[in-house]
Design a protein around this ligand. Structure first.
Ligand SMILES: NC(=O)c1ccc[n+]([C@@H]2O[C@H](COP(=O)([O-])OP(=O)(O)OC[C@H]3O[C@@H](n4cnc5c(N)ncnc54)[C@H](OP(=O)(O)O)[C@@H]3O)[C@@H](O)[C@H]2O)c1
Length: 316
């Protein structure tokens, strides 16, 4: 049997990377082996990946030398940054640069960089429809990732640029689940008007990434967008109503109201949703469902995801 090619996965104990590691490991006869990168090889999550058959190695995206070691000998690398751990677009760019440099150093033959659109191409900083944030961004966690694309291209790292979508897990972990209003009724709150949000199960991002690696050179230099469904707030609320067996409404608010909610990142997310609302064709058009399904035939619908996950959604 030919030796398996190693894919080094950053964020392996998390949502995107975890989906990829599991996709590699569950395809027993497949061409790849998983190298799970974590800051703590002794954590429960790291040990679980080792038990499943992953090689677990330590590295930190803040430390380029650790990444060089972790990428050494690998064929592929999955590169992702962790904006919500630090809220810093500058740090995100530095981390992406470190991964691109490590990929170049290690001679990675196929990198996937988990990126987003530069929203300033659609809404320049001078455009007052939404506030400019942190001096030079409209949607910091999008724009910084887009700026970082060039670290991979400038260094000539063979890269596929992966445009991901809103996770349905945000209903579980990110405080975006249904909440009771003063009338006691449950509602999800989004500033999307009647527009559709490209969204998906986070583990399906990793599974789509696996499909990209399997396609090999075909997708190098290309941008590939993935989503499980394009759903309006009303459609999401209707699906939640079906799954939970109690009415969930869609509470549509203007982006300005969303930005004023005051939780960390509210302005960034308010701008993000406004971009997705006002440039729906551009955003959803870049995340084709048939393409996503061709990369990941097991792609979940929101209804199917809810069947598995409804009990994990906190109802406040
Ligand atoms: N929420 C959404 O809807 C959504 C949608 C699309 C894209 N995104 C983007 O997804 C990105 C985060 O990816 P994710 O959701 O897969 O992450 P995640 O689930 O939060 O997992 C992050 C994992 O990465 C590791 N990690 C954290 N800091 C690290 C560091 N300095 N060096 C090395 N590893 C580190 C941690 O593992 P250890 O503790 O084991 O080291 C953690 O388990 C964000 O940039 C966000 O913008 C989010």
């Amino acid at each position: 049997m030919a030796e398996k090619k190693i894919i080094a996965v950053v964020g392996a104990t998390g949502a995107q990377g975890g989906g990829l590691v599991r996709a590699i490991l569950s395809d027993k006869g497949g061409p790849f082996a998983a190298r799970a990168i974590t800051r703590d090889v002794n954590s429960d999550k790291a040990k679980e990946l080792a038990k499943l058959g992953a090689e677990v190695v330590a590295a930190d995206v803040d430390d380029v030398e650790s990444l060089k070691k972790a990428f050494k000998g690998a064929y592929g690398a999955y590169c992702v940054t962790f904006f919500w751990a630090h809220f810093s677009p500058e740090k995100e760019k530095a981390n992406a640069r470190a991964m691109a440099e490590a990929a170049k150093f290690a001679g990675i033959q196929h990198a996937i960089w988990s990126t987003f659109e530069d929203t300033r191409k659609s809404i320049p900083l001078s455009d007052t429809r939404m506030p400019t944030l942190m001096g030079s961004y409209k949607v910091p966690h999008f724009d910084a990732k887009a700026e970082a694309d060039r670290f991979f291209t400038d260094l000539g790292v063979p890269t596929t640029f992966l445009l991901t979508s809103f996770y349905w897990e945000n209903l579980i972990y990110f405080g975006m689940g249904p909440k009771r209003g003063p009338d006691g009724k449950l509602a999800i709150t989004l500033p999307m008007g009647d527009k559709k949000l490209a969204s998906m199960a986070s583990e399906d991002i990793g599974r789509c990434a696996y499909g990209i690696f399997k396609k090999g050179r075909e997708l190098i230099g290309k941008t590939v967008g993935v989503a499980g469904e394009h759903l309006t707030g009303a459609q999401m609320a209707a699906a939640l109503t079906r799954a939970l067996g109690q009415e969930v409404r869609y509470n549509e608010v203007p982006p300005d109201v969303y930005r004023s909610f005051g939780f960390p990142g509210a302005e960034d997310l308010g701008n993000m949703f406004q971009f997705k609302r006002d440039f729906q064709q551009l955003y959803n058009g870049a995340r084709d469902l048939a393409v996503s399904r061709s990369l990941n035939p097991a792609l979940q619908t929101f209804d199917a995801w809810l069947v598995k996950n409804k009990s994990r959604i906190p109802l406040e």
